[in-house]
Structures are given as structure tokens and as C-alpha cells.
Design a protein around this ligand. Structure first.
Ligand SMILES: Nc1ncnc2c1ncn2[C@@H]1O[C@H](COP(=O)(O)OP(=O)(O)OP(=O)(O)O)[C@@H](O)[C@H]1O
Ligand SMILES: [Mg+2]
Length: 146
């Protein structure tokens, strides 16, 4: 998967993980991926696939911890900003240090951090729930998004 404006349909969670594994072949040190989608869309499922591809331990939802770190071929920083109430709280998480690190950074619920993220290149993955089991997964990486 060289470049990166395309759509996939997934029919179950494992398929989403497999799609993520293929996508992760092109993820490298320093890449930032923003994950969009409603509650239960499959953002964490997607990260599980990325972690598998990078031979890291199983990803779990960082909803309460804000950031999980997985050690594999690359370090993966998996963030979930859902519980961040105000942008100033991002500072305590060391947010920008992760963005500047050489890990792969995946961010669920990134909206509260867009004022910072706009200064970085990033890719986006948007997961739309079609029904209980089907998902539309839209990938993009605009030239001005790194
Ligand atoms: N095609 C599919 N792809 C991904 N998950 C699916 C699919 N079909 C059903 N599911 C189910 O949807 C749920 C997705 O949960 P997941 O935690 O990945 O969502 P999320 O987007 O991270 O939600 P949150 O915003 O709460 O963190 C799981 O229970 C999973 O089994
Ligand atoms: Mg999640």
C-alpha cells in the first residue's frame, strides 16, 4: 500500500485488524496517525492490528491511561484523548514529546489536540460504522499532512 487515499470495507473485527496490519507495513518511525470514528467504531481494533504487524504486545484501550506504549520492531505510542477535558491538560501527558519522538504515534479522539497536530505531518484513518459488523475505513495522507 504505497500511497494512501483509499477506502476499505471490513466485515468483522479481525478483518479490521488485518487491514490495519497491511497499512502498518508502510508506517515508520516518527509517523503520526489520527484515528477518527464514533464510540465502538473500531479504532482500538485497528491499533491492535498495527501492534501485531510491528510484533508488539497486544494493544488495549488507553481510555483511562491516555497513553499506552508498546514495544515491537518500532515503539508504538497509542493515545486516546477522549477523557482530556481541556487542551491545557495535554501538556501533563507529555503530548508533544511523543509527537517528536521516533515512535509511531496513533491517536484516538484527536480533535482536542488539533491546534498542536496542525504543526506536524500526519495521516488519517476514519472508521464509519455501517452496521453492527461492517465498517468503512477511509485512509488519507494529503501532501500537506505529511
Ligand atoms: N468490522 C469491525 N471492525 C472493528 N470492530 C468491529 C467490527 N465489527 C464489530 N466490531 C466490534 O466493535 C467494537 C469496536 O471496539 P473498539 O474498542 O475497537 O472501538 P473504538 O473505536 O476504539 O471505541 P472508543 O471510541 O470507545 O475507544 C468491538 O466490540 C468489535 O468487536
Ligand atoms: Mg478505542
Amino acid at each position: 500500500m504505497e500511497n494512501t487515499n483509499f477506502v476499505k470495507i471490513s466485515h468483522n473485527e479481525l478483518e479490521t485488524q488485518d487491514i490495519a496490519r497491511a497499512y502498518a507495513e508502510d508506517l515508520h518511525s516518527g509517523d503520526i496517525v489520527l484515528l477518527y470514528g464514533n464510540l465502538g467504531a473500531g479504532k482500538t481494533a485497528f491499533v491492535k492490528g498495527v501492534a501485531k504487524q510491528k510484533k508488539a504486545q497486544e494493544a488495549t484501550s488507553p481510555t483511562f491511561t491516555i497513553i499506552n506504549e508498546y514495544e515491537g520492531d518500532s515503539v508504538i505510542y497509542h493515545m486516546d484523548l477522549y477523557r482530556i477535558q481541556k487542551a491545557s491538560d495535554l501538556f501533563e501527558t507529555g503530548f508533544e514529546e511523543y509527537l517528536n519522538s521516533d515512535g509511531i504515534v496513533l491517536i484516538e479522539w484527536p480533535d482536542i489536540a488539533m491546534h498542536i497536530l496542525k504543526n506536524y505531518g500526519y495521516k488519517t484513518v476514519r472508521i464509519n460504522k455501517i452496521n453492527d459488523c461492517e465498517r468503512e475505513i477511509i485512509f488519507s495522507s494529503c501532501p500537506n499532512e505529511g
